[in-house]
Ligand binder design. Structure first.
Ligand code: SF4
Ligand code: SF4
Length: 671
């Protein structure tokens, strides 16, 4: 029970803390509101329960780095429970007869959980301190060649030290206070086994001293909160607030890679893409406040892992430190003093991104660094006309020949010569429309996949048609390379054509086409059921429309294409097909949603890779080789080209084959 003077000091401290916190929070909200777009609160009711469950279970954290995640969860669970504990302790301190559940079963369970979580938090915190300050693993920092503000390089460790100190004092003092109260009462509390054990520390002390200690620990436990809160709003620990908000409020997206449509008809829009931080969508500004600076996104980034100067984590961290410094200015409505490429991410890094989405997928707080990068690309291309020269060839190909390979549209059906492939003009009402895609239609290696798939469809008697010379590029490469204007034209033309054809289903061998048509064309007025050829082949196998006659006498590993597995969650069907063979199937260490990019996405196919220590495709191929498998199965023409190039460069005997080619080899066909 607090004295009157203590109550007065405590009340004044609470009011001052709330006033400061309110003032800073208001500024943060106004800063976020400078971003493009508006929050759609209608999404909240349907997400609330799911987000609460995920946050309480710390589910997103556990997807990567199990042990640190567990220690972090110990601290987090205690932090959440301590919201209740702190309220209870404050009320008990103020009101003499108030007992926050102290008695009966409820009171016992309440104290038991508090006792366990206190120890778990202290243990977790000590383990995390050991990891950050003693072990210091490489994956908790960015390389020296990465653009990271000096304030951040020093600030992250300082932040961690301050917060660790706060948690140790706050939780430790509360736990110690409980143990003193037990010693004071003279009887052990069976509901607080740890605090009861610790109470022996105070044995033999006089009651007045124990009484003083209760007050000391009360102030250490609760008084530190008042000191901490204003600092907390500037530190990375603000994620406690913004991580749940990020999950709760993020705009609806059909997939993690779906980009927003830009309206080129609206003449009032002066800025396309993001040059400055305030040009970003509000959600991407909020990402900076949600970031826990854990470097998970960096650890999975193919560009960073092959030595490029791109770190999605460093970009988010730079944004956060910039907002700490310029928040007031932004909240007042002024322009920020530097462009994103000046303080957040260098231009070279912007062009090193493969748009693989791994950073978005792995981020435990729902951040989307890839989106910032693609927004910056849009601004560089559309506002500054500044992009790698080699991309110009692909853009020109898409503009003039409707494909980045710059092959004449008249030659688009050449790959099918000698096969029974009918066009939509010849078969206007097919059960399924095959969107062939530019790579299978024009690239010599990818054409083999198209030919194999055509033969499988014929063997299964599928009623299908292709668009033939009517088909043009979906525009995926243009969009990911920042040329939204070109994408806009291609998407609009394709949607017009597809709406005329009105396909029942669309199948494609290219995950980029699958993603663009299925997830991005709806914003252009085209909604279609689009499936990957591995899904259709699997369906045909299950329906008995095709059968396999012989087992492959080789071992297989499968490379999940980013736009198939991670971005469209098609993970099962390729594996189901490959499980039909008696060959041994070996997973690579990074597979499924955690697959590693082949290096072609994000427009990289059309340009040289930025300087680094290794090419992305070489790194991925090495991982495939290390499995010892004889065949590397793929499900994407871009992956096929990249991994086949890596195979040639390394003189490997491993075969790179599309799933369709593997199935065709074993197809049981009448002679
Ligand atoms: S999208 Fe892929 S390449 Fe780009 S920053 Fe994220 S992880 Fe790195
Ligand atoms: S963006 Fe996400 S994954 Fe990357 S450092 Fe921040 S919290 Fe970690």
């Amino acid at each position: 029970m607090l004295t009157s003077i203590e109550k007065s000091i405590f009340s004044v401290a609470v009011l001052i803390t709330l006033a400061i916190a309110g003032w800073i929070t208001r500024r943060i909200i106004m800063t976020i509101a400078r971003g493009r777009g508006k929050v759609d609160f209608r999404v909240v009711p349907k997400r609330l329960v799911g987000v609460l469950a995920r946050v309480l279970a710390f589910q997103p954290v556990f997807r990567f780095r199990f042990w640190p995640s567990l220690f972090h969860a110990f601290v987090g669970w205690a932090f959440i429970y301590y919201l209740l504990v702190n309220l209870g302790d404050t009320l008990e301190g103020f009101f003499p007869n108030f007992e926050f559940p102290r008695v009966g079963l409820v009171g016992g369970i309440y104290r038991l959980i508090a006792d366990f979580l206190s120890i778990a938090a202290l243990f977790g915190m000590l383990a995390l301190i050991l990891r950050r300050f003693v072990v210091q693993p490489d994956n908790l920092a960015a390389r020296p060649d990465i653009m990271l503000s000096p304030a951040a390089r020093a600030g992250i460790r300082r932040d961690s030290a301050i917060v660790a100190g706060f948690i140790l004092i706050h939780v430790g003092a509360r736990f110690a206070g409980q143990s003193v109260e037990i010693a004071h009462s003279g009887a052990k509390d069976p509901w607080q086994p740890f605090a009861s054990s610790a109470s022996t520390l105070w044995l033999g002390m006089d009651a007045p001293i124990l009484g003083i200690l209760v007050h000391v620990f009360f102030w250490l436990a609760l008084g530190t909160i008042m000191l901490f809160v204003p600092y907390f709003l500037y530190s990375k620990h603000l994620h406690l607030l913004f991580a749940p908000l990020n999950f709760l409020l993020k705009p609806e997206r059909r997939s993690i890679g779906e980009l927003d449509r830009l309206d080129f008809d609206d003449e009032s829009i002066e800025q396309f893409g993001a040059t400055r931080i305030e040009d970003l969508e509000w959600k991407l500004i909020m990402d900076a406040y949600a970031c826990i600076m854990c470097y998970r996104c960096q650890e999975v980034c193919p560009a960073y892992n092959t030595g490029k100067v791109l770190s999605p984590a460093a970009m988010e961290i730079n944004k956060r430190y910039f907002l700490n410094a310029e928040g007031r200015r932004l909240a007042q409505g002024d322009d920020s003093s530097q462009t994103l490429t000046e303080f957040a991410i260098p231009t070279e890094a912007v062009w090193a991104c493969t748009a693989c989405g791994a950073c978005v997928d792995i981020c435990p707080v729902g951040n989307e660094p890839m989106r910032d990068i693609l927004e910056i690309r849009r601004s560089l291309v559309l506002m500054e006309n500044e992009f790698p020269e080699q991309l110009q060839t692909a853009f020109r190909g898409m503009e003039r020949s409707l494909n980045p390979w710059n092959i004449s549209p008249a030659e688009r059906l050449k790959w099918a010569e000698g096969l029974d492939v009918r066009t939509i003009d010849q078969n206007p009402d097919p059960e399924i429309l095959w969107w062939v895609g530019c790579a299978p239609a024009t690239d010599v290696r990818a054409q083999k996949t198209a030919r194999a798939f055509a033969q499988i469809l014929s063997a299964a008697g599928v009623n299908y048609a292709v668009l033939g010379t009517h088909e043009q590029c979906t525009g995926d490469s243009a969009r990911r390379a920042g040329n939204e204007f070109l994408f806009n034209e291609m998407a609009s033309a394709n949607v017009e054509l597809l709406n005329e054809v009105a396909p029942k289903r669309i199948v494609t061998t290219c995950p980029h086409c699958l993603h663009t048509i299925g997830k991005e064309y709806p914003a252009f007025g085209g909604s279609y059921q689009v499936i990957h050829h591995s899904q259709l082949i699997n369906e045909l196998l299950q329906q008995g429309k095709i059968r396999l006659k012989r087992a492959l006498d080789s071992s297989i590993t499968f490379h999940d294409p980013c736009y198939l597995g991670r971005q469209n969650e098609i993970l099962l069907e390729p594996r189901q097909i490959l499980s039909n063979f008696n060959s041994s199937f070996i997973e690579m260490p990074r597979h499924g949603r955690k697959s590693f990019c082949c290096g072609a996405g994000g427009g990289q196919m059309w340009k040289e890779e930025e300087d680094g220590v290794e090419r992305v495709n070489a790194s991925r191929f090495r991982e495939a080789q290390a499995t010892g498998a004889k065949t590397l199965a793929v499900g994407c023409p871009f992956c096929m080209i990249m991994l086949n190039d890596a195979r040639k460069d390394s003189n490997s005997e491993m075969e790179v084959q599309d799933i369709a080619e593997i199935v065709l080899q074993s197809l049981d066909r009448p002679e």
